[in-house]
Ligand binder design. Structure first.
Ligand code: NAP
Ligand code: GDD
Length: 319
């Protein structure tokens, strides 16, 4: 039986990836950090089928211990300080976890299990102030946030460990992907959660920042399949994963409110508090390499994604 270590297993993607790999028959180990209240809600339904190991991306010995204990054939590094807005408030922590943390785990793999295949959660945020549209694997990077430049450091670390030590390490340059399990502070979930609260009379308005920003939004359940496919290839490589369609924050809000029979213009207010020091205005990915080499295709459309998220939040508030 193949064994796998997932960092960030308590996060959105970690939970979907764990479900996928359980279906594939993997023995699953997840690295989790100590919190005052455990954050296991996304993996509660599979807790009996996986093993959790305490560890933190800022702590080398705990990473090494997790690798020794799991003896993985595959390692998926999904853990990060992943919220772009927070990265301006905590730039050093973001660099430590999201950037250096990746080097720590690469070092661990190099020493403990050098034959393990490694996946790095790279990000379209690295394209930042985009140099061309759509963005592909050859597009120049121009990060616009401490999160963006921490991910860029990690991205290049992954490539350098491949080239220096012959490690099977791949970067998935994933564009935004969402789901009903998305963290509540990210804009899509903030919107669908607010739609449900407004619908049920628990809120009167929704305050947002830049409504013009455009993102290439896909479904997290589709995107974790691409991660797994990358590690099944003979050679490690880097791949853009995206839908090839882009929509503005305003469009997302309009559709989400409409799904609940509400007019978004009546409820959405803009608030300067949510405007970022520097913005990524437009992301649109060209995933033709992933399609060609991995045979990967997104299955859930933008409209289906919005509907799925609104319906789940409406159900949650009904309860
Ligand atoms: P997420 O829901 O925010 O999950 C992040 C995970 O990292 C959580 O499990 C969190 O643990 C863990 N973590 C944070 N700090 C840690 C530390 N110091 N040590 C160990 N674990 C730590 O993120 P996601 O949306 O699933 O994204 C997964 C990865 O893909 C992230 O690296 C993200 O930056 C990257 N990415 C995401 C997207 C996207 O659109 N979702 C796109 C491109 C790249 P707690 O539960 O304890 O907080
Ligand atoms: N979060 C948030 N809250 N964003 C808002 C708001 C608001 O109230 N109002 C407007 N926005 C805009 C942001 O300025 C940004 O342009 C866009 O909505 C998306 O913001 P987020 O949902 O926070 O995601 P992100 O694009 O910054 O980052 C996500 O995608 C990256 C991949 O491109 C995260 O998942 C990153 O971890 C990931 O790497």
């Amino acid at each position: 039986m193949k064994s796998v270590l997932i960092t960030g297993i308590t996060g959105q993607d970690g939970s979907y990836l764990a479900e996928l790999l359980l279906e594939q028959g993997y023995e699953i180990y997840g690295m989790i950090r100590r919190l005052s209240t455990p954050n296991l809600s996304r993996i509660e339904h599979i807790l009996e089928k996986i093993e959790l190991i305490e560890g933190d991306l800022t702590d080398q010995s705990s990473i090494n211990n997790a690798l020794k204990k799991s003896q993985p054939n595959e390692v998926y590094n999904l853990a990060a300080q992943s919220f772009v807005a927070t990265s301006w408030n905590q730039p050093v922590l973001t660099g430590d976890v999201t950037g250096l943390g990746t080097v720590r785990i690469l070092e661990g793999v190099r020493h403990v299990c050098p034959d393990a295949r490694f996946y790095q959660a790279s990000s379209s945020e690295m394209f930042g102030k985009v140099n061309e549209t759509p963005q592909n694997e050859n597009t120049m990077f121009y990060p616009r946030s401490p999160y963006g430049f921490a991910k860029l450091y990690a991205h290049w670390a992954c490539i350098n460990y491949r080239e220096s030590y012959g490690m099977h390490s791949s970067n998935g340059i994933l564009f935004n992907h969402e789901s009903p399990r998305r963290g509540i502070e990210f804009v899509t979930r903030k919107i669908t959660d607010a739609v449900a609260r407004i619908y049920h009379g628990a809120a009167k308005e929704l305050r947002l920042g830049n409504l013009e920003a455009k993102r290439d939004w896909g479904y997290a359940g589709d995107y974790v399949k691409a991660m797994w496919l990358m590690l099944q290839q003979k050679e490690p490589d880097d791949y853009v994963v995206a839908t090839g369609r882009t929509h503005s924050v305003g469009e997302f809000a309009e559709l989400a409110f409409r799904e609940a029979g509400l007019d978004w213009k009546k409820y959405v207010k803009t608030d300067a508090k949510f405007i970022r020091p520097a913005e990524v205005n437009l992301l649109l990915g060209d995933a033709s390499k992933a399609r060609r080499v991995l045979g990967w295709e997104p299955e859930v459309t933008f409209e289906e994604l919005v509907k799925m998220m609104v319906r789940e939040d409406l159900k949650r508030y009904e309860k």
